[in-house]
Design a protein around this ligand. Structure first.
Ligand SMILES: Cc1cc2nc3c(=O)[nH]c(=O)nc-3n(C[C@H](O)[C@H](O)[C@H](O)COP(=O)(O)O)c2cc1C
Length: 385
């Protein structure tokens, strides 16, 4: 948790945010927030992938006003970025998810909240006000527990269920283990005993390796789709094959993510996986992306590659650590301002106007064709990954 008594928000710009959070958190909690899986190759690649693209500004467009608003599954939000689901905000700041939700809602942005929230999903709904929130579901070992969480989310006014599919077990979180992170809140999660974390991988002793978690399968996804009127989003998709399976299973949006590099190390960077997913999905579902988005210009690259919106994971936690509710609000406003500024400098007035012609692989001056049916192949550097 953030060390008490050190004043409020301690960053003035996006560049100082991570360091401000680092100063406020214990080594153990920092290990939880910052760490990835294994050697953290995927974690590093998530950010590096954005450096492989440039933006192609169009001057003289005469854009005098930028409107960042868009719709996500039919709900209007004020900008094409959202708070990605991350567990245990109460370990990072005493304000917990209440603080995150209050700031996010006040700005008219979407917040996605984890099964493993420190506050209950009902408390988060109250803090969000009338603003959109979606519920992230980890499949529970017992189907009735998964269903009970979905029913609670429906009753509390959540607008979608985001099923996370990349965590049948937790990844090998080496840095987190080294840091000695342990949950101190009691109870550990606000949603009660029927809201368990994916299990740790069991130790292998030469026999079959069988973790005892929920059924994370396409069949389970279809069951959720059939069980609720809420739209379902599939999170953790990194391949065209799975994107197609997701759409066939009835989901309304495909969420490209590698869990912030915390699950399978050597999984591709989210941004590198985005083009093949966008191509596979076509117009049959919305596509979102998270992983390594740090600046407004990163969001533009993802939009240029066909994402409808981007999720922010660690940066929101950094802001929460650095300044609680005020810190999250400040960060989201800074991110939005930077995105609006970059959009205007790109010569566009709305996120919907950003397309493949606005970006190019580093070293190439040529843009990609605009989006639309029959989307273009990714550049070879991306395809080869
Ligand atoms: C500390 C932490 C906790 C997370 N907890 C969850 C979670 O409970 N459920 C989930 O679907 N994803 C979880 N994620 C993954 C995020 O939703 C998101 O995919 C990732 O953070 C995006 O990468 P970024 O941190 O580079 O923005 C977590 C990520 C972090 C850093």
């Amino acid at each position: 948790m953030a060390r008490p008594g050190k004043g409020s928000a301690t960053f003035s710009g996006l560049d100082g945010l991570e360091a401000a959070a680092r100063r406020r958190l214990s080594g153990a909690v920092w290990g939880y927030v910052a760490g990835g899986a294994g050697e953290e190759r995927t974690l590093a690649e998530n950010e590096a992938a954005f450096s492989r693209w440039v933006l192609r500004p169009r001057v003289g467009a005469g854009v005098r006003e930028v409107d960042l608003s868009t719709t996500l599954l039919g709900t209007t939000v004020r900008a094409p970025f959202f708070v990605a689901p991350t567990a245990y905000h109460g370990e990072i700041h005493p304000g917990g998810e209440r603080a995150t939700a209050a700031s996010t809602g006040a700005l008219g942005l979407l917040g996605v909240y984890s099964t493993l929230s420190s506050d209950s999903l009902e408390t988060i709904a109250l803090a969000s006000g009338r603003h959109p929130r979606w519920f992230q579901l980890y499949f529970q070992r017992r189907w009735k527990d998964s269903l009970a969480l979905v029913r609670r989310a429906e009753a509390a006014g959540y607008g979608a269920v985001v099923v996370t599919l990349d965590a049948p077990v937790l990844g090998s979180r080496d840095r987190q283990a080294r840091s000695g992170f342990a949950i101190r809140s009691s109870p550990p999660v606000g949603n009660g005993p029927g809201a368990a974390s994916p299990p740790r991988g069991p130790e292998w002793h030469g026999g079959p390796y069988a973790p005892r978690g929920g059924d994370v399968s396409w069949q389970a996804v279809r069951r959720i789709v059939a069980a609720t009127q809420l739209p379902v989003v599939a999170k953790g998709i990194l391949t065209a094959e799975d994107a197609r399976r997701a759409v066939e299973s009835g989901v309304r949006a495909v969420y490209v993510s590698n869990h912030g590099g915390r699950q399978l190390d050597r999984a591709p960077a989210s941004l590198d996986a985005l083009p093949e997913v966008v191509r596979a999905v076509g117009s049959s579902a919305e596509v979102y992306l998270d992983g390594g988005v740090r600046r407004g210009s990163d969001a533009l690259v993802a939009l240029g590659l066909g994402a409808r919106a981007v999720g922010l994971g660690r940066p929101v936690l950094w802001a929460l650590a650095a300044g609680g509710q005020d810190g999250v609000g400040r960060f989201l406003r800074l991110f939005g301002s930077e995105l609006a500024n970059a959009l205007l400098l790109l010569g566009r007035g709305s996120p919907h106007e950003v397309d493949g012609t606005n970006i190019a692989p580093v070293g190439s001056a040529r843009g990609r064709p605009p989006h639309g049916p029959g989307r273009p192949s990714p550049p070879r550097s991306v395809r080869a990954r």
